[in-house]
Design a protein around this ligand. Structure first.
Ligand SMILES: Nc1ncnc2c1ncn2[C@@H]1O[C@H](COP(=O)(O)OP(=O)(O)O)[C@@H](O)[C@H]1O
Ligand SMILES: [Mg+2]
Length: 253
């Protein structure tokens, strides 16, 4: 296929080139590549332990890659100053695997936390209360504002975590296993929420999952992470009909 690089390059909001990361003899990423386009839902699927979380942690700077290029909105992140990085970070929401709420803080305090860290985004006169309520309304949980995380169900925790990600109105959202640990009905609700948010804000999303149903419903395009590389790229339909045994293993239920 011939790609029109001049047009598509303008729309790339996130790019990884030749990413390598090892832990001793454990070579987790061996030259992984990906491009996320504006407004796209890109799913990266890989089996457990294949390096999905490692990849996303390198992307957000929680882990240092051994080598490779990572660029966010056409900025090579290794060349940016701390200040420029902080500004970029406020445009990237990260929904951690699990929910990672602060157990000792109320829902409201959990949502206020990112606002305090990124004061530059909304300026000094930001209306914290309004932003918190709006973010909770987006996930249907305005009534839970004063509850503690221990008072929430698994699905509600995931929603609050999503609201905390949304509160900074990110241009890009990274989801690490958004449906893991949830029952199928709650998982479906979270997927619908993700779709609603994408429609409402036009965000670009990178979704890491091993949940085939989630991938089928939400992906515009998929990358299979196998053997530390971007082993195959295509739509769900394209990939699920390939005959390669390594690829077929993902799709047989
Ligand atoms: N901080 C770490 N130190 C050593 N090994 C790690 C670390 N983080 C991840 N790994 C290893 O990297 C591999 C990929 O892990 P991970 O990215 O968490 O997998 P998954 O695809 O399930 O998210 C695993 O073999 C894991 O043991
Ligand atoms: Mg993981």
């Amino acid at each position: 296929m011939i790609e029109d690089n001049n047009i598509s390059a303008l729309n790339i909001v996130l790019e990884i080139k030749d990413l390598n990361k090892s832990f001793g003899d454990n070579h987790v990423l061996n030259g992984f590549n990906m491009k996320l386009h504006q407004g796209e839902n890109l799913v990266i699927m890989g089996k457990s332990g294949s390096g999905k979380s490692v990849m996303i942690k390198c992307l957000v700077g929680l882990m240092e890659a051994d080598s490779g290029l990572i660029s966010v909105m056409h900025n090579d992140i290794t060349t940016l100053t701390q200040e420029a990085l902080d500004i970029l970070r406020a445009d990237i929401g990260f929904l951690f695997q699990g929910s990672a709420l602060y157990d000792s803080m109320t829902v409201r305090e959990n949502l206020e936390f990112p606002l305090r860290r990124h004061t530059n985004k909304f300026g000094n006169d930001m209306n914290t209360e309004k932003l918190v309520i709006e973010a909770l309304e987006n996930v249907g949980l305005a009534h839970a504002i004063d509850l503690m995380p221990s008072e929430l169900s698994g699905g509600m925790k995931r929603r609050v975590a999503l609201a905390r990600t949304l509160i900074l109105q990110p241009k890009i959202i990274l989801y690490d296993e958004p449906t893991s640990g949830l029952d199928p009905i709650t998982a479906k609700e979270i997927i619908i929420l993700m779709q609603d948010i994408q429609k409402k804000y036009g965000t670009s999303s990178l979704i890491i999952t091993h949940d085939v149903d989630c991938a089928r419903v939400i992906s515009d395009r998929m990358i299979l992470l196998i053997d530390g590389i971007d082993y195959a790229t295509g739509t769900f339909t394209e990939l699920s009909t390939l005959q390669d045994p390594k690829i077929k293993a993902f799709f047989k239920q």
